[in-house]
Design a binder for this molecule. Structure first.
Ligand code: NAD
Length: 248
């Protein structure tokens, strides 16, 4: 029970096969009261219900200040505190550099980067008051390699921005005992990746992964549990690679 009685928010956690959903489930199994935040209310409520009655599902666009404010008000009204935030919501677009239009850039940067900023800003005052908190930000191997398989250059930029933002927050919030860390997943089988790989692409990718398999959502969820809990009590500003050895 690594998160017993902790209140943990996971954004982008309604997608049934997603990293966020798997993280929310593992957190609930570890005693947390979990808040699922995603775009669609019905899906969020249903996902929370599946975890049990003490959990909460809310609709919010993480890139919208008012939505975020409203969601955190509801969290505080119900639980009175926030111990963990996982900034997981993200979208990717497989575009080449010259095909990125302003709307593409805005959409991808808004969810990953502005979303991470707004959600963090919304919970920090409560974590400061508590003198404790753990923020986990989901970046990507695309930020480290300069390009991935699905996300375009704007996705790499957004996810690299998340790494910088997280480190800066870690530095500033350390004295308040708030830890901020990142996970950089490699290629994980979820809806973001589903059906987008040809057999040839899959084989090519696997030759570059020493563990010789794509990742599963639970691989990332376990890393999130480590960073969210006291197991990582002396780690802040780190990036945990969950990529099967892709960067060796
Ligand atoms: P997914 O598409 O299954 O889940 C993403 C969720 O985010 C969805 O439920 C979606 O509704 C939600 N979302 C999108 N925009 C939102 C917004 N504005 N506000 C609130 N919620 C929003 O994707 P996934 O594969 O589970 O990815 C989760 C995170 O991990 C993303 O940030 C993604 O970039 C990152 N990531 C994934 C992989 C991978 O291989 N799957 C690799 C590296 C990083």
């Amino acid at each position: 029970m690594l998160l017993k009685d902790k209140v943990a928010i996971v954004t982008g956690a309604a997608s049934p096969r997603g990293l966020g959903r798997s993280t929310a489930k593992l957190f609930a199994e570890n005693g947390a009261k979990v808040v699922i935040i995603d775009l669609n209310e019905e899906a969020s409520v249903l996902a929370a219900k599946e975890l049990g009655a003490e959990h909460l599902g809310l609709a919010a666009n993480v890139a919208d200040e008012k939505d975020v404010e409203r969601a955190i008000e509801q969290v505080i009204a119900k639980y009175g505190r926030v111990d963990v935030l996982v900034n997981n919501a993200g979208i990717s677009q497989p575009l080449k550099i010259m095909d990125i239009k302003r709307a593409n850039y805005d959409a991808v940067l808004d969810v990953s980067l502005r979303g991470t900023l707004l959600m963090s800003q919304a919970v920090i005052p409560f974590m400061r008051k508590q003198k404790s908190g753990s923020i986990v930000c989901i970046s990507s191997v695309s930020a480290q390699r300069g390009g991935g398989i699905f996300g375009g250059p704007h996705y790499s930029a957004a996810k690299a921005g998340v790494l910088g933002l997280a480190r800066a927050m870690a530095r500033e919030l350390g004295p308040d005992s708030i830890r901020v860390n990142c996970i950089a997943p490699g290629l994980i089988q979820t809806d973001i990746t589903a059906g987008k790989l040809s057999d040839e692409q899959r084989l090519n990718i696997l030759t570059g992964i020493p563990l010789n398999r794509l990742g599963d959502a639970i691989d990332v969820a376990r890393a999130a549990l480590f960073l969210a809990s006291d197991l990582s009590s002396y780690s802040t500003g780190i990036t945990l690679d969950v990529n099967g050895g892709m960067l060796i």
